[in-house]
Design a protein around this ligand. Structure first.
Ligand code: UD1
Ligand code: UDP
Length: 386
C-alpha cells in the first residue's frame, strides 16, 4: 500500500514550532505509513523568525518555499493562495495540515478546500469572540473549511459544538461531514520534549545575558492592536519601565521586528528611554530553546502572545496578558493569567497581585498528556488511508 501524502504547511514562527511536533512524530512512529511534504509560505523570513527553528528543532528543510514575504492582509493572503494552489495541484496530497490562525492558515485552508484537498486543522476551535482580530476571522474560516478538526482544549471543543459541528458524525468524513476530536495541545508535547534539551544546550544563557533565575521578567509583544497603536504601545512600555525602575527588576524583551520598528519610528523618545534603561533589555527574537529556558527561569511573564501565555502555564509561571480577551480562557479562570489589556492601572494591579500571591497559584494539566501529535497522526491515518 502506498504511503499517505500529508502536506504540512507553515508560515509564521509558531507554526514552524508546532509543525516540529508533527514532523518528529512522523519520523519516530509513522514513517512507514506517512510521507510528509513541508510547504513554507514565506510569511516569516528573517532568520530569527524562521530558519533558526528548522536548525534548532531539526526539522527537514521545506520542500517548497513560496516566499510571499510581508504585506497587507489581502495581498499576503492572496499571494499565498495563488502559489500554494499550484503546489497542491502538482503534489496532490491526501490531506493538508494547517496550524493555528495566521494568514498562512487561512490561505492554505481556502486554497485546499476549494480544490477538494481535505484540510486538517490543528488547534481548531480557539475563539476570542473578537472578530476585529485578524486571527479570529482566520480561525473561523479555517475551521469551517476543514474535514478533520483537532481541538486542544475542552473549551475549543465546545466552541465548535456551538458553531454546529457534531461529535456524532461518522465516516466517511468530508468538509460537509467533518470529524472533531479533543486531543490536547501539541505545544505541550513540544515543551515537555524540549525543556530538558534547553537546560543542556543553553546552560550558559542566563549567565551570558547577565541575569539570574527568578530575578527577571520575560516580556513579548507583537500583536497588531499593541504595535500599531502608539497610545497602547506607549502605555505598555512606559508602565513596564516604571515597574522595572521601582522594583529594580530586569525585564528581558525579545522583540518581534514589528514591535521594534513601531517603537523606534512612532515613539522615538520612549524608545531612547527604554534602551538606555538599566533594567530593560530589548533584544532580538530568541530561539525556541532559549525562549523556553527563559520562561522556565523567569519570575513572571508579560505577553500578548497566545503561545507564550500557554507556555507560562507549562512552566508554572504567573502571566500578565496585554489583551482584553484570550482564547485560553481556562488560564484566566485558574487565576494564573490576568488580562490587563494595555491599561497601566491593570498592569500594575496584576503585577502587585502576582508579587504577593505567586506562592498560592496552581498549574493543573489543562493541555493533554504530551502525546497530542501521535494521537493526531493516528487519526489522520484512520480517516484518510486509502
Ligand atoms: C503573524 C500572525 C500572528 C502570529 C504571529 C506570530 C497574521 C495575520 N498574524 O503576525 O497571528 O501571532 O505571526 O509571530 O497572520 N516582519 C519582519 N520579518 C519577518 C516577518 C515579519 O520584519 O520575517 C515584520 C514586517 O514588518 C511585517 C510585520 O513584521 O510587516 C508583520 O508580519 P506579519 O507576518 O504580517 O504578521 P505578524 O505580526 O508576524
Ligand atoms: N518564541 C520564540 N522566540 C521568541 C518569541 C517567541 O521561540 O523570541 C516562541 C514561543 O516560545 C512560542 C511561539 O514562539 O512557542 C509563540 O509565537 P508568537 O508569540 O510569535 O505567536 P502566537 O503564539 O501569539 O501566535
Amino acid at each position: 500500500m502506498s504511503k499517505l501524502r500529508v502536506m504540512n504547511i507553515v508560515g509564521a514562527r509558531p507554526q514552524i514550532i508546532k509543525a516540529s511536533a508533527i514532523s518528529r512524530a512522523i519520523s519516530k512512529e509513522f514513517s512507514n505509513d506517512i510521507e510528509e511534504i513541508i510547504v513554507h509560505t514565506g510569511q516569516h523570513y528573517d532568520r530569527e523568525l524562521s530558519e533558526i527553528f528548522f536548525d534548532e528543532l531539526e526539522i527537514r528543510r521545506p520542500d517548497f518555499n513560496l516566499q510571499v514575504g510581508s504585506g497587507r492582509h489581502g495581498r499576503q493572503t492572496g499571494m499565498i493562495m495563488e502559489r500554494i494552489e499550484d503546489v497542491m495541484l502538482s503534489e496532490k496530497p491526501d490531506c493538508v495540515i494547517i496550524y493555528g490562525d495566521t494568514n498562512s492558515t487561512l490561505a492554505a485552508a481556502l486554497a485546499a478546500s476549494k480544490q477538494h484537498f481535505p484540510v486538517v486543522h490543528v488547534e481548531a476551535g480557539m475563539r476570542s469572540f473578537n472578530k476585529q482580530m485578524p486571527e479570529e476571522l482566520n480561525r473561523i474560516v479555517a475551521d469551517h473549511a476543514s474535514t478533520l478538526l483537532f481541538a486542544p482544549t475542552n473549551t475549543a471543543f465546545k466552541n465548535l459544538m456551538n458553531e454546529g459541528f457534531r461529535p456524532e458524525n461518522v465516516s466517511p468524513y468530508s468538509i460537509n461531514n467533518p470529524r472533531v476530536i479533543l486531543t490536547g495541545d501539541i505545544m505541550f508535547d513540544n515543551s515537555l520534549f524540549y525543556a530538558s534539551l534547553a537546560e543542556k544546550k543553553k546552560k550558559d544563557l542566563l549567565h551570558n545575558m547577565g541575569i539570574e533565575e527568578g530575578k527577571f521578567v520575560l516580556v513579548t509583544i507583537h500583536r497588531d492592536i499593541n504595535t500599531d497603536d502608539p497610545v497602547r504601545l506607549g502605555n505598555i512600555f512606559s508602565t513596564l519601565k516604571k515597574i522595572s525602575d521601582e522594583n529594580r527588576i530586569t525585564m528581558v524583551l525579545p522583540l518581534h521586528p514589528r514591535t521594534m520598528i513601531a517603537l523606534k519610528n512612532n515613539l522615538p523618545e520612549l524608545y531612547a528611554e527604554v534602551t538606555e534603561s538599566e533594567f530593560m533589555k530589548l533584544i532580538r527574537p530568541v530561539s525556541f530553546l532559549e525562549m523556553i529556558l527563559l520562561e522556565g527561569k523567569a519570575k513572571l511573564i508579560v505577553t500578548d502572545s497566545g503561545g507564550v501565555q500557554k507556555e507560562s502555564h507549562f512552566f508554572s509561571k504567573p502571566c500578565i496578558v496585554l489583551r482584553k480577551e484570550t482564547e485560553w480562557v481556562e488560564l484566566v479562570k485558574n487565576g494564573t493569567v490576568k488580562l490587563a489589556d494595555a491599561d497601566p492601572e491593570k498592569i500594575k494591579e496584576a503585577w502587585d497581585y502576582f508579587l504577593n500571591n505567586s506562592g498560592d497559584l496552581q498549574y493543573p494539566a489543562f493541555y493533554g498528556d504530551g502525546k497530542a501529535a501521535e494521537a493526531i497522526l493516528a487519526e489522520i491515518l484512520l480517516v484518510f488511508k486509502h
